[in-house]
Design a protein around this ligand. Structure first.
Ligand code: NAD
Length: 385
């Protein structure tokens, strides 16, 4: 495949690794990256090593702006029902409204700070900006694909970013690694706009949903009827909590007694106290992971027959449990069986999110160049290598 010029929106725990993994893949050139404080653009290719070095332990993490800041006071999408998502928010620059640098400096303790501000602005390629996403949209004519590694604590945040690219007539690929089921409907609601613009949007294309959703779709092929899909993941955070704040915060929202609002409002200290209480190991059941709706929209099974849970060890790089996808179904000749797909314990979350995300990005580019626009899930496409 010809060279793909791509951008990463959000260079936190995931986005930084996306840049790193891309260096091991053929045909991918990172030309733009942004976080909440800054943007780096070089159409000849960013110096990824320099960017990674200067943002090491120095990411501009933290929950994104509050709904009011984002919408200028407009009613926001509750996310509970995709159909309620009918009021497009005013395209303003408030995506960048900060809170992140303060969160990093205020609570984390021991977070390295290389520059005056956290994140990309610490790099010599980075420029501070109030409008990081708009700055990338302004250059999007020369960008083939955009990978969104943004927080998803506001459910319509990523759909609204997609909409803004469409409003700027972006023609290309967008890939997200979001987790929550309800966001898929919000993207579907925008499908016409995305199609008109010429966008191929691949949603839920990380590990789970993403890689494991695709694996379930493959495992289902033996059956004529799928009864149940069980996804059980194990993650040991090699790089620790400090480098994975966004992911850990969003996962906490799935624990009993927590939701997206409480997780968003928690201080870094409160998160660390919760992790201490659990001795660093958090276990999740019945998570709202989009594997369910993505398998349903691919016609594989009903969303309610998909169950996702897992164990996160924030302090160890060993996986606390083996990541497994089990698909139970009935064959054409009446046998009931369970096909199981297992990840090696040695492969990290970062590898299992970013390898597939970039693979799906390549698959997206192939489709986009063939004129296939709209919203696709990981079970609709198979990733390229
Ligand atoms: N599907 C999967 O398997 C999977 C696995 C892990 C993480 N994730 C998801 O990946 C996402 C990113 O996680 P993370 O740990 O990298 O989070 P993070 O908090 O470390 O990074 C988020 C990045 O987004 C930037 N950002 C926030 N608001 C912004 C704005 N308004 N404009 C521009 N940039 C902005 C931040 O500055 C930061 O660079 C989360 O939604 C998480 O749930 C998915």
């Amino acid at each position: 495949m010809d060279d793909i010029r791509f951008a990463v929106l959000g260079t936190g725990g995931i986005g930084r690794r996306t840049l790193e993994v891309s260096q091991h893949k053929d045909g991918l050139t990172a030309v733009a990256a942004c976080d909440r404080n800054g943007v780096a653009i070089d159409h000849d290719g960013l110096d990824v090593d320099e960017l990674l070095e200067t943002t090491e332990g120095n990411i501009a993490s933290g929950p994104q702006s509050s709904p009011d800041q984002l919408s200028g006071g407009e009613p926001r999408d509750s996310g509970l029902d995709g159909a309620s998502d009918s009021t497009p928010a005013t395209p303003t620059d408030d995506f960048a409204s900060d809170g992140g640098a303060a969160a990093v400096e205020g609570g984390g303790g021991g977070v390295k700070q290389h520059g005056e501000q956290a994140g990309i602005v610490a790099s010599e390629q980075g420029d501070p900006t109030e409008t990081p996403i708009d700055d990338i949209i302004a250059e999007s004519d020369a960008i083939d694909a955009v990978l969104l590694a943004l927080p998803n604590l506001e459910h319509d945040f990523i759909p609204r970013v997609a909409e803004r690219f469409a409003e700027a007539d972006y023609e290309g690929v967008m890939v997200d690694v979001l987790k929550r089921s309800r966001v898929i409907g919000m993207l579907d609601n925008r499908e016409e706009k995305l199609k008109e613009s010429g966008i191929t949007f691949v949603c839920g294309a990380g590990a789970t949903p993403g890689f494991l959703t695709g694996a379930a779709a493959l495992a289902a092929q033996s059956f004529v009827e799928v009864e149940e899909v069980e996804i059980w993941w194990g993650v040991g955070l090699k790089s620790g909590y400090e480098d994975n704040r966004g992911t850990v915060r969003e996962d906490i929202a799935h624990l009993d007694g927590y939701d997206i609002e409480t997780a968003r409002e928690m201080s870094e200290d409160e998160i660390e106290a919760l992790i201490d209480e659990h001795d660093g190991v958090l276990e999740f059941h019945d998570m709202e992971h989009a594997d369910d709706v993505l398998l349903e929209r691919a016609g594989i099974c009903d969303a309610e027959d998909v169950h996702v849970g897992g164990v996160l060890d924030v302090r160890s790089d060993e996986k606390p449990t083996t990541t497994t996808v089990s698909v139970t179904g009935t064959t054409f000749d009446g046998e009931t069986g369970t096909n199981t797909f297992e990840l090696d314990d040695a492969t990290s979350m970062e590898a299992n999110v970013n390898g597939p995300a970039l693979g799906y990005l390549k698959a997206g580019v192939r489709n986009n160049r063939a004129g296939h626009y709209g919203v696709f899930g990981p079970a609709d496409l198979m990733p390229g290598f």
